[in-house]
Write a protein of this length. Structure first.
Length: 451
């Protein structure tokens, strides 16, 4: 009968392991409760630090005892294993008792844990390599499958890299260092805040690397123009990289709007081929300014988060990582897995976009659709609750900005030509409404200046 105490036999060669070190770790934890933290600090983030399944079962049992404030002596550990019905499978009471005798002192628990961690990482490398080879041989020879395998390979290797850099590394910061960092940032303002074409909005809601920013509005309210305005300002004026994922409009349609705004010529004349000589010259000058701008437009429809991750990895490898990824728009992106309903899928997409912002330390700006509820109210001004399929969107976003134009609903409004950015969620500042100028015929929203 196979027991937990037996070693795996699925490898042609014996994988890296150190049974003595495994026994020493468990024995140290039984000798001194304080050794548990030393061990956890080292092996945290490493999958299966023990080679023998029996040792991992004992370790998990001891961690449960530690978490509940119970002693971890051989008798208590054996009793707990017996209650779980696995005592004999891990070697019985005699084996549990022998673990204490395998180490003279608990003082070196951290060293033994480092040995475990290194062996476990080597096994993980072997396991990952084997699985990737199998995936390569078993896959169908089509582009999508190949891309998925490459993405899986990159993801697995990234996990291994993160685990290898883990161990004793800590994300904890002493308060004095936190305060020093705050004062240093105040004295030396960061220059990685995303520049915006609207000064007052920049002041109210600065967009920083790691942020997920949601720009929400009803159809035809101006979401795409806001996104394109940000992308144009960042790439053309400030020469910082931007990747726009346009799942609603083609690259030609996006290009027409961008050229119209940059040249300040009417969009309908550009599309109808009716520009006069002066306007055509303005387009030519704008073309020269745009030509060298680091702005990329991808009009692939229904893109999943995994494709953006692959593209960002490729750009990172070439040292071309953009300052911002702009997604137009969130609710038509593709979920990685089919869920029970679209709300859950949109939640998954929002979580994925937030993860991209944090992983690559860029700003991710995503347009989102508002539902029709606001149109049935007397006051048409949108609120956060109008976000369509909104649960995960508002929870994951650092900043949520709703768009509103009075003249969208009432042409003779006294506020005709005004465009409102309603900042209704702002984790690093206050909520406010910023007004800009609507110039839809030029495919542009212009800055009216701070009041």
């Amino acid at each position: 009968m196979t027991t937990y105490a037996e070693e795996p036999t699925s490898f042609d060669r014996t994988p890296p392991m150190d049974i003595d070190a495994e026994q020493a770790v468990l024995g140290s934890m039984m000798l001194a409760r304080s050794a548990t933290l030393d061990v956890i600090d080292v092996v945290d983030g490493v999958k299966h630090p023990f080679y023998r399944p029996a040792h991992e079962a004992i370790f998990d049992t001891m961690l449960a005892l530690y978490a509940n404030g119970q002693p971890m002596d051989p008798i208590t550990v054996a009793n707990q294993l017996q209650q779980a019905g696995i005592l004999e499978k891990v070697g019985g009471r005699a084996y549990i008792a022998s673990l204490v005798g395998s180490v003279p002192t608990a003082a070196h628990a951290g060293h033994y844990a480092e040995v475990l961690r290194n062996k476990a990482l080597l096994r993980a490398v072997i396991d990952t390599g084997t699985r990737l080879v199998q995936m390569g041989y078993e896959a169908q020879a089509d582009h999508d499958t190949a891309a998925e395998i490459v993405d899986a390979a990159a993801s697995n290797l990234q996990e291994l890299t993160a685990a290898a850099k883990g161990g004793n590394d800590s994300r904890e910061w002493l308060l004095d260092r936190v305060v020093d960092a705050v004062i240093d940032e105040y004295d030396n303002p960061r220059n990685d805040v995303l520049p915006l074409p609207w000064a007052q909005l920049q002041s109210v809601a600065p967009m920083e690397p790691g942020d997920l920013v949601v720009i929400a509005g009803r159809p035809a309210m101006g979401k795409s123009l806001v996104l394109l305005g940000i992308g144009r300002h960042v790439a053309i004026k400030h020469r910082r990289g931007v990747l726009i994922s346009s799942m609603e409009m083609s690259h030609v349609q996006m290009g027409q709007r961008l050229l119209s705004a940059e040249a300040h010529v009417p969009l309908h004349h550009l599309r109808a081929h009716t520009l006069d000589r002066q306007q055509y010259a303005a387009v030519g000058a704008a073309r020269q300014r745009i030509r060298r701008a680091p702005l990329r437009i991808d009009d692939t429809p229904a893109v999943p988060v995994s494709k953006w991750r692959r593209r960002l990895r490729q750009m990172q490898a070439k040292d071309e990582l953009p300052a911002a990824l702009i997604v137009d728009y969130l609710q038509i992106a593709k979920a990685e897995t089919k869920a029970q309903n679209r709300v859950i899928e949109v939640d998954q997409i929002a979580v994925g976009l937030k993860a991209l912002a944090q992983e690559f330390k860029i700003v991710v700006i995503a347009a989102a659709q508002l539902n029709r509820v606001s149109e049935h109210r007397t006051d048409k001004t949108p609120t956060m609750s109008d976000l369509r399929e909104s649960g995960g969107i508002e929870n994951n976003a650092n900043i949520v900005i709703l768009l509103h134009r009075d003249d969208y609903y009432e042409r003779e409004s006294p506020r005709a030509g005004e465009f409102d950015f309603i900042v209704c969620k702002n984790r690093m500042g206050h909520n406010s409404t910023v007004t800009a100028g609507w110039q839809g015929h030029y495919a542009e929203i212009v800055d009216m200046g701070a009041e």
